[in-house]
Design a protein around this ligand. Structure first.
Ligand SMILES: [Zn+2]
Length: 427
């Protein structure tokens, strides 16, 4: 509470959660007097969980490999820099990951590379320094000019020099998944192009799923705890998927003001939008959704004393691992239910609802054709069920309760909805 000291509080709590960077300011001048960071220690456990899924690190049973510890510490360094960034007045810059990791004020996703021999390389997972945009922002906010300098002109020059180097700023309102349209600014994403990166992440996920087995948990851990390790791996692409979804109907723009010479708005090229759609659909193919048989045979029902938590999948099968719920979770972000919800959504424009309704009708016709041709009973059951859902929906959308797919387990630190968003300075 002492106004004279800037502090970083290392906080332990029951579950993982956001960290915070806040400051005390002089209300008369806006001057920042004191910085105060609250850093959640459980982030480290989460980073271990992510690494355990990707690395299958416990070859010899219990030893935590150096590179796994290094990865967690690298993430922690980024987090500390991020929160301190908030205390000195910096907001999020979510386009930085598309501009060569230009800011610690982005939310970083581990950047995994694939070596030529098909193994995963996590040596560059997190950056080890502050970014080029951070230097621009501090230079702009804190630069002292000598007497007689034309301050407005010099400040303008700091920004235009940054733009010329391919660095600019896009923040929360244009990056969070609901309601934003910028095709390059997202949370927990990587790379210049969201579509390419989604394809890449699906490959990374595929490699790690193929390697998944006993070495993903320590000696002495119940086999049922493999599920906790599997969750972040199986949903490894969940945020990049949101990024690729925003390329659909995406709108590129800058925070331009009159006279600054920045470019105007551009609608994302239709061809790129189709590429995004195709990448999204690739995440819900049976091949992408199936959990390897050898993994399924390893995961028993929950062990005594280890009940389901928000770190596990929501299941239809009680204590037993539910492979179909996992697939339902991953595909629920993309499919028929959402199309019907869109067609019935009173908040959507009539034109959008009309197109969604048209496409549902086309899908119904296609299902009827498949019904006549399909010989596989399980496929046929699925086709008929989908058709019946659509028929009821078309008869009277208001009376159909679209069965929502099971909710995904908790995502970025907690919760999934906007309600759980803890404020602009959380991470
Ligand atoms: Zn933040």
């Amino acid at each position: 509470m002492d106004i004279r000291y800037n502090v970083i509080n290392w906080v332990h709590r029951a579950t993982r959660g956001w960290s915070y960077g806040s400051s005390v300011t002089d209300p008369r001048t806006g001057e920042i007097i004191k910085g105060h960071v609250t850093l959640g220690s459980l982030r480290l456990r989460q980073d271990y969980l992510l690494s355990e899924g990707l690395m299958a690190p416990y070859e010899d049973g219990t030893t935590v490999p150096d590179d796994m510890r290094e990865l967690a510490l690298a993430r922690l360094r980024q987090l500390v820099a991020h929160e301190i960034g908030h205390t000195i007045g910096l907001p999020h810059n979510y386009i930085s990951s598309a501009q060569g990791r230009a800011s610690v004020m982005d939310y970083p996703h581990p950047m995994m590379k694939i070596r030529s021999d098909g193994t995963l390389d996590w040596s560059q997972a997190y950056d080890d320094a502050i970014g080029e945009w951070d230097k621009v922002a501090v230079n702009y906010a804190y630069r002292d000019f000598t007497t007689g300098t034309n301050e407005d002109r010099e400040l303008g020059k700091i920004l235009s020099d940054a733009w010329n180097r391919g660095l600019w700023f896009i923040t929360d309102q244009d990056a969070r998944p609901l309601g934003s349209v910028h095709p390059q600014a997202h949370l927990w994403d990587n790379g210049e192009n969201a579509v390419d990166q989604l394809d890449h992440l699906m490959k990374v996920r595929g490699i790690a799923l193929t390697n998944f087995g006993e070495a993903n948990i320590r000696d002495g851990a119940p086999f049922s705890s493999l599920e906790e390790v599997l969750v972040p791996l199986y949903l490894h692409h969940r945020y990049q998927l949101e990024a690729a979804a925003k390329v659909l109907a995406g709108l590129e723009f800058r925070y331009a003001v009159r006279g600054d010479g920045q470019p105007g708005i551009t609608i994302v090229d239709p061809e790129e939008q189709r590429r995004a759609l195709s990448a999204l659909l690739n995440t819900v193919t049976p091949q992408a959704l199936a959990i390897p048989e050898n993994v399924l045979s390893l995961i028993p029902p929950r062990a005594f004393g280890y009940p389901r938590t928000r770190e596990t999948f929501n299941a239809h099968t009680g204590v037993a691992f539910d492979a179909l719920a996992a697939a339902e979770t991953a595909s629920g972000l993309t499919t028929l239910h959402h199309l019907m919800r869109l067609a019935a959504n009173k908040a959507a424009s009539h034109q959008v609802r009309a197109v969604a309704t048209l496409k549902i009708g086309e899908l119904r016709k296609w299902l009827s054709q498949q019904d006549r041709r399909q010989r596989n009973e399980r496929q046929l059951a699925h086709i008929r069920y989908g058709g019946q859902l659509i028929d009821r929906f078309i008869d009277d959308p208001s009376t159909v309760t679209v069965p929502a797919p099971v909710e995904p387990p908790a995502g970025s630190p907690i919760g999934m909805g906007e309600d759980d968003w803890c404020g602009w300075n959380g991470n």
